[in-house]
Design a protein around this ligand. Structure first.
Ligand SMILES: Nc1nc2c(ncn2[C@@H]2O[C@H](COP(=O)(O)OP(=O)(O)OP(=O)(O)O)[C@@H](O)[C@H]2O)c(=O)[nH]1
Ligand SMILES: [Mg+2]
Ligand SMILES: [Zn+2]
Length: 393
């Protein structure tokens, strides 16, 4: 087991379970955001087809949701042009009519390499609360200590997300279940940059658990997603009898077969020659507040986030969470770890407590929710190299 854990979290053994390659050297300072077409086509995160930047497809979206064609012909002031493009959208040329119509924030096409992250887990595991808690921490500056600057990918969409999700949660209101869709859309996006490097768009997908479990049209797009957060619900997974009253109250019986959505999504993913999934993954053991009296959980949940993300810290938390799950849950719950070449494990709590009615009586207080995100950032080369001055003087 120890060897597997070492390999899984970045040891030096052979095989595909090697540490992620070091982050590429930062690109030279980026020129002003391109106002002409970038040559490289990139993939639409919704329909997975290539999209070439085309000025004639630029639109703005008004308060009523109407798409209004954007004419840049008369605007020659570079600063104004940049500001307009930062807020504009680019229609996807492959978009179908009606429900499937979609567009991309312009910075998605004109910034660095995009990173798409999907939250996976069946209904009620807490995906929506976890994403809101993560973006709440980001808004409070939670990524700054790690040398990361964040801007909204689209300012209006981000403001709406903050108002409808993050603020509601911070005010102690429970968020609603995610409605099933015919087409996968991302919930929100950020432009993340590490010291001087080109900003990279990061988009978050939060789908309905029922859609994820069913293996329908909506999961098709997941084969193009770059990284996964598998959200594990202790109520479904852990054999502890102390959880029985909560299971009964929430109507979430234990399931020794593992999470249906994990299985559906993992079985759909492309595999490396080793048979493993190449996309970086993190298992977030959510609702950890329900098991906080367990020493292994308490050790991590009570601890502040480490000031730096290093392999040793990631491995230590993963090792504890792995041992905890291996002891208290059936093997099926470790499927993401078994199937993915690189997978870390984390104890988190999106709300920090149980809701009563539709409120969190003591307010919602998240715990360690940035840990899985930072691990994925590390695996995807988004974290800046260690401070060159570190250790001096
Ligand atoms: N105790 C506790 N409950 C939580 C936590 N996070 C979420 N919950 C509860 O879990 C329930 C489901 O949360 P959601 O975020 O709606 O779950 P989901 O995975 O998005 O579900 P779908 O949208 O149906 O796929 C809600 O009642 C939350 O209050 C947590 O950290 N601790
Ligand atoms: Mg949801
Ligand atoms: Zn598209």
């Amino acid at each position: 087991l120890r060897a597997r854990l070492r390999a899984g979290f970045g040891g030096t053994e052979g095989s595909d379970r090697n540490p992620p390659p070091p982050a590429p050297a930062p690109a030279p300072a980026p020129p002003a955001p391109p106002v002409t077409s970038p040559s490289r086509a990139r993939m639409c995160p919704h329909c997975l087809l290539p999209v070439e930047y085309d000025e004639s497809l630029l639109v703005t979206i008004d308060a009523k949701g109407n798409r209004i064609p954007l004419d840049l012909g008369a605007e020659h002031r570079p600063a104004h042009l940049r500001e307009i493009l930062r807020k504009a959208y680019h229609l996807c040329p492959h978009a179908g009519p009606g429900d499937e119509a979609h567009e991309l924030p312009v910075p998605y096409l004109t910034s660095g390499d995009p990173l798409s992250i999907a939250f996976v887990g069946s209904s009620s595991v807490g995906k929506t609360h976890l994403l809101a808690a993560i973006l709440g921490e980001v808004e409070l500056g939670g990524l700054e200590p790690y040398g990361l600057k964040c801007l909204p990918l689209n300012p209006d969409a981000h403001r709406t997300y903050l108002r409808e999700r993050v603020q509601s949660l911070q005010q102690g209101r429970q968020l609603g279940r995610t409605v099933q869709q015919t087409f996968a859309r991302f919930a929100d996006g950020l432009l993340v940059s590490a010291r001087g490097a080109t900003p990279r768009p990061v988009v978050f997908f939060d789908l309905a658990g029922e859609d994820l479990a069913q293996d329908g049209e909506v999961t098709r797009f997941l084969t193009g997603v770059d990284a996964f957060v598998f959200v594990l619900d202790p109520l479904r997974a852990l054999r502890m009898p102390s959880l029985d009253p909560v299971r009964e109250q929430d109507g979430l019986p234990r399931r020794d077969l593992g999470d249906e959505a994990f299985t559906t999504v993992l079985n759909r993913m492309e595999r490396l020659s080793s048979g493993l999934v190449g996309a970086p993954a993190a298992i977030a053991v959510n609702k950890s507040d329900l098991v906080r009296f367990e020493p292994a959980v308490d050790r991590w949940l009570g601890r502040a986030m480490p000031p730096r993300v290093d392999r040793e810290a990631l491995r230590a938390e993963s090792r504890d969470a792995y041992a905890f799950l291996a002891h208290h849950a059936s093997r099926a719950w470790l499927k993401p770890f078994d199937d993915c070449a690189r997978c870390t494990l984390h104890f988190v709590a999106a709300t920090g407590g149980q809701a009563r009615g539709d409120r969190f009586p003591h307010g919602a207080r998240s715990r360690r929710v940035l840990a899985p995100l930072l691990s994925i950032f590390a695996m995807c080369g988004l974290l800046p190299e260690a401070d060159p001055n570190e250790g001096r003087g």
